[in-house]
Design a protein around this ligand. Structure first.
Ligand code: PHE
Length: 496
């Protein structure tokens, strides 16, 4: 049938043939490839671009581009003579909400005029002729389906503005070959082939006699997107696997916790800027009632009187009321305190290794490397004798698993560790050094009250920063939160 519907002189597209034959285009494509294999048809493929209007684009085809509306309203109001306050023009121009910004940005870009101190002046000779604006013309052409006439840069601009959508597809056209013509004239036998085995074929026994269509593994197939793990979750799971492989056990505990576990156990003085430095989110809830009394007393004493013979403590106020206030944890070191104190899984004898990969919350300012919540890879090792070399060695071993081999360490200060180190890695795209974690060896003032008599080295690493180094992301918001692009999630390869 296809052979008969196709022509030896005019190339006809699969779509046209499918319509003529009243068959689905996929079936026609399949048949065309089979006939091509048999030498009876020639199939030619070319890429074709389709351009369609977005909803916003369609709106502007109807009502005019916002910058043009602003221009017209301004001219109407005499802004070619003297400046007119923008506020007086918006109503006439039919602009509100986000279209105001669209209008202003493009009004300036096209040199329609100037906006100064909230007033609009219209240019004597605008750079782009408002009455003959290529962008407006192109939008109308897209609407009319005449996209060939539009020049590339105008189309790019419309795409950047989100007014048109471009997609490419493969168009196949078919012509009958000389051999095909001969075969048609001699009369060919058409064999019906069966594409799928059905229960009917099986029960009737017909399956024995029919001819099955061969698979064409080269045919285009529609891309299907199954469900998959978010890259961030995928990496979190891998981090857990790696740490378990290194002999660590997982900690868990509350996201909202007493300041006692978040700050006081960590020898952070109650009036110290470090506490506001963490900028934790305080919660308007009743204070934490259950705190281990003896530990509270030992922590208080460490703050007030110090630890050990030479210890002096901070000469600053310390109250249980502050310690009982509940915050969203600004770090998961609160979990380490709960575990080291013996309050989570009972007293621990060295050697021990624990970790968590959990959310923390900080009142930071949003920017490409900061979010209000992120995942921290917390961890600690408890052993009789630990040194900075153990700390560095652990990081080297851990990050190697993720292909990061250029770690750098920088001396740092934490109220709870001495010595302390920040960790840095190099961003694969920008080449910049990115801070990826903070670490150190817990001080006596932290360990003694907890009842720990050996050494403990510890760290908090940022999961999102690890992702940046692994995948080259430059903005944390690409992988976190509502701005995260679906396409990126679908296409990001798993890195192992
Ligand atoms: N709590 C630190 C942070 O959030 C990380 C850290 C944990 C540092 C344990 C040293 C020891 O930056």
């Amino acid at each position: 049938m296809l052979l008969e519907a196709a022509s030896a002189t005019d190339a006809r597209t699969v779509e046209q043939l499918a319509a003529d034959l009243d068959e689905p285009p996929q079936a026609v494509t399949r048949a065309a490839f089979e006939l091509e294999d048999a030498g009876l048809l020639a199939v030619e493929e070319r890429g074709e671009e389709t351009v369609t209007l977005t909803e916003e684009g369609r709106e502007y085809v109807e009502s005019g581009l916002p910058e043009r509306r602003l221009y017209d309203a301004a001219v109407e109001a005499g802004a070619d003579e003297s400046p007119v306050p923008l506020g007086e023009l918006l109503g006439d121009a039919g602009l509100d909400g986000p279209t105001v910004d669209v209008a202003l940005a493009n009004f300036a870009r096209k040199g329609f005029g100037e906006i100064d101190a909230g007033s609009v002046t219209v240019a004597e000779t605008p750079r782009v002729d408002p009455a003959d604006d290529p962008e407006a013309g192109a939008l109308a052409a897209v609407e009319a389906g005449e996209t060939d006439s539009i020049d590339g840069s105008t189309l790019d601009r419309l795409e950047d503005r989100g007014l048109v959508r471009r997609a490419s597809r493969t168009v196949r056209s078919v012509t009958v070959t000389d051999e095909g013509v001969t075969a048609l004239m001699e009369g060919i036998e058409t064999a019906e082939t069966v594409t799928g085995l059905t229960p009917d074929l099986l029960t009737s026994g017909e399956w024995r006699d029919v001819e099955f269509t061969e698979y064409n593994v080269e045919a285009d197939a529609e891309t299907t997107y199954g469900g998959r793990k978010h890259v961030l979750r995928q990496t979190a799971d891998r981090v857990k696997d790696v740490l378990v492989g290194m002999g660590f056990s997982e900690m868990e505990g509350p996201h909202a916790d007493a300041e006692f576990w978040i700050n006081d156990c960590l020898f952070m003085p109650q009036d110290h800027p470090a506490r506001t430095h963490w900028d934790q989110f305080g919660l308007d809830v009743p204070p934490m009632r259950e705190l281990p009394e003896e530990l509270v007393e030992r922590v208080r004493s460490a703050h007030r009187e110090g630890v050990g013979e030479d210890g002096d403590g901070y000469h600053s106020p310390w109250t249980e009321d502050v310690a009982r206030e509940v915050d969203l944890r600004g770090h998961t070191t609160s979990l380490s305190m709960r575990y080291l104190s013996g309050n989570a899984v009972g007293d621990l004898e060295p050697p021990q290794r624990y970790f968590s990969v959990e959310k923390v919350y900080r009142n930071d300012t949003l920017d490409p490397t900061h979010l209000l919540e992120f995942f921290q890879i917390e961890g600690w090792v408890m052993a009789e004798e630990l040194s900075v070399r153990d700390l560095m060695g652990t990081f080297t071993e851990f990050y190697e698993q993720f292909g990061i081999t250029d770690l750098e360490f920088k001396p740092h200060y934490n109220p709870y560790t001495e010595p302390s180190f920040e960790l840095f890695g190099t961003h694969p795209e920008t080449g910049e050094m990115v801070e990826i974690g903070n670490s150190g060896i817990f001080r006596e003032e932290v360990l003694r009250p907890l009842g720990v008599e050996c050494d403990v080295m510890a760290w908090g690493l940022a999961l999102e920063r690890l992702l940046m180094l692994m995948y080259g992301f430059e903005d944390i918001r690409d992988v976190h939160g509502t701005l995260c692009d679906l396409d990126l999630l679908r296409t990001t390869e798993a890195v192992y």
